[in-house]
Design a protein around this ligand. Structure first.
Ligand code: GLY
Length: 579
């Protein structure tokens, strides 16, 4: 167990007081779900059930991830998708790992200035709404490659539950209904989307009502029968291209025909003896998580304490430096040379630590590179099977319900992932990220992502599976869950539920979740020069698994369940299910 300030204080107090066991000191979270053979954690309870049934039927974690991917496209349509893209990090039972990049690519007709007006100014909404915002989808190709290479069950078996939920419908609970209500105005603008997701009176479906998606059922059935060709070479691609052409988009049939998944080497690093495996470019996630962890490794976080001004100070400074690198140096590896080994170097982290003033906030403007002119609706799920294969998937339509458009007859919501490119160096995107040339738009290029599906191992065995939605905040959400477990001794549910902070270099603000810091701590940080943005909303929906116990303390005692799952308490319809 880490030697925390709390444990030291408790040790001294225990001479005179009978204290509750230290593992119960963070009492604000429900107990994690337990399982001995497998665990599935997703943002929608029906999708979690689909995944656990696949594991019980003898499928492995990849099979379950594929079935969950298709199921979420039906029961969690604000982010689950077959019209978007994502990443899958797999750590196999033998300790080997791989990474599937099935993120969207820019259409062949895309240009660097496609979202600028004749005066060179970004056109409001052009990269967010409608067909011009759509990148070439990758989810179907990615899920099918995962199944073919690493799964055991048939495509038909894995897609059947999703087809069933689309054909027969499912009943919305409170969390489901809230996500529909929040996007009703946007969905109303596209007749095909409105016909699916809004009732005939134009209102969104409410709690207890059934959402049936017959067109999506037909598209999924065609994919189940004919594989990826049904999506990329057949009637589905034709329908999307036709709608795109008629409504201001640039998607063409060759965009679909040429789509290819990339299998890449994951990013790896170590943190206090734990091995981190995460997403490489075209995600910034793994690299930036590792860069921040490398910086934090030089500070005694467990002693400084969760949520203390000193801990927040060093975390924010590490984030500030790392997000400069994220926003200026990283991009699609087929188009730019990413300085990954430099950013992962422990000596580079030491140089950053040397620049951090122990008593004062840094200034983001001082870090401007030369020549450098939320819940954001993604979803993450974590799965582990009886053999110890661990799969972390983050996939997305980008914004809630993506571009808010559905090509007639397909039932498929399309992404607005093009907004993740740099529209113009120095101009913020949907997540307020100010980015540079490395992430400029080019045909067939993939926009830089923050998605960070991550597996942590210890002594050659899986230890933690973790990730989250949250746009540019995905990185800090995932990082904080790891630090909360390893440094602060929280159990997996507490680590995910704990209030978050975030800094992304620009704007130069520390975002703080409601009740994230005490007024005393806020005053200390303000005194150091920090600009705090005390948010009135939470962010992120992490989904995590801890192996061997619910917390480090329980693991060290050897008394915990084998698999311990936690869905973020911020995720209104999610569930962690073990068996
Ligand atoms: N669309 C969010 C991300 O990829 O980071």
């Amino acid at each position: 167990m880490p030697l925390t300030r709390r444990t030291l204080i408790a040790a001294s107090l225990s001479i005179t007081f009978a204290l509750a066991p230290l593992t119960s000191v963070f009492a604000a979270s429900p107990a994690p779900a337990k399982g001995e053979h497998g665990m599935v954690v997703t943002a929608q309870h029906l999708a979690s059930e689909v995944g656990i049934e696949v594991l019980k039927k003898g499928g492995n974690a990849v099979d379950a991830a594929v079935a969950v991917g298709y199921a979420l496209a039906v029961v969690y349509p604000n982010a689950g998708n077959i019209g978007g893209g994502g990443f899958m990090t797999i750590r196999f039972k033998d300790g080997k790992s791989t990474f599937l990049d099935f993120r969207e690519r820019a259409p062949l007709a895309a240009t660097k200035t496609m979202y600028l007006d004749k005066d060179g100014k970004p056109v409001k909404g052009a990269s967010l709404d409608g067909y011009l915002a759509v990148g070439v989808p990758g989810s179907v190709a990615g899920l099918e490659m995962a199944r073919e290479k690493y799964g055991k069950l048939s495509r038909q078996d894995l897609m059947a539950p999703a087809i069933g939920y689309a054909r027969e419908g499912f009943i919305l609970n409170q969390g489901d209904a809230a996500s529909f209500a929040g996007s009703a105005d946007r969905l109303a603008k596209d007749p095909a989307a409105a016909a699916i997701f809004l009732k005939p009176d134009g209102k969104p479906y409410g709690i207890g009502e059934r959402l049936v998606q017959p067109d999506l059922a037909a598209s999924l059935a065609a994919i189940s029968e004919r594989g990826t060709d049904a999506f990329y070479k057949g009637a589905i691609a034709d329908a999307i291209v036709k709608a795109s052409g008629a409504k201001g988009g640039i998607l063409a049939k060759p965009d679909f025909e040429q789509y290819a998944v990339r299998e890449l080497k994951p990013v790896t690093c170590t943190y206090r003896g734990y091995e981190i495996t995460s997403s490489p470019p075209p995600s910034s996630g793994g690299v930036i998580i590792c860069e921040i962890l490398n910086v934090l490794e030089g500070y005694p976080l467990s002693y400084l304490g969760a949520g203390s001004a000193e801990t927040v100070h060093v975390m924010v400074e590490a984030m500030r430096y790392a997000y400069v690198d994220r926003n200026s140096a990283l991009g699609d590896p087929d188009f730019v040379v990413n300085p990954v080994s430099k950013l992962l170097d422990k000596a580079y982290a030491r140089d950053i630590r040397d620049k951090i003033d122990p008593f004062r906030a840094g200034v983001s403007q001082d870090l401007m590179p030369k020549g450098f002119g939320e819940s954001k609706e993604t979803t993450h799920y974590s799965i582990i099977d009886d053999e110890g294969n661990a799969v972390a998937v983050t996939y997305t339509l980008n914004g809630s319900f993506g571009a808010g458009v559905v090509a007639d007859g397909t039932g498929i919501l399309l992404n607005n992932e093009m907004d993740d490119f740099t529209q113009k160096p120095g101009v913020p995107n949907l997540y307020g990220l100010v980015q540079g040339e490395a992430n400029a738009i080019q045909p067939k290029k993939t926009p830089l992502s923050s998605m960070s599906p991550t597996v942590v191992a210890k002594d050659g065995k899986p230890f933690m599976v973790i990730g989250s939605p949250g746009g540019s905040r995905i990185i800090t959400i995932t990082l904080e869950a790891i630090v909360n477990v390893i440094d602060h001794g929280m159990n997996i549910q507490e680590a995910i539920d704990a209030p978050r902070i975030h800094h992304q270099w620009l704007p130069d603000k520390v975002y703080v979740e409601p009740f994230g810091l005490s007024p005393d701590t806020e005053k200390l940080l303000a005194g150091m020069g920090y600009h705090l943005d005390l948010a009135d909303q939470t962010w992120g929906q992490a989904a995590g698994i801890l192996v061997g116990g619910k917390s480090l303390a329980e693991i060290e005692k050897g008394g915990g369940a084998r698999y311990n799952g936690a869905i973020d308490s911020r995720a209104a319809s999610g569930e962690a299910l073990g068996y």
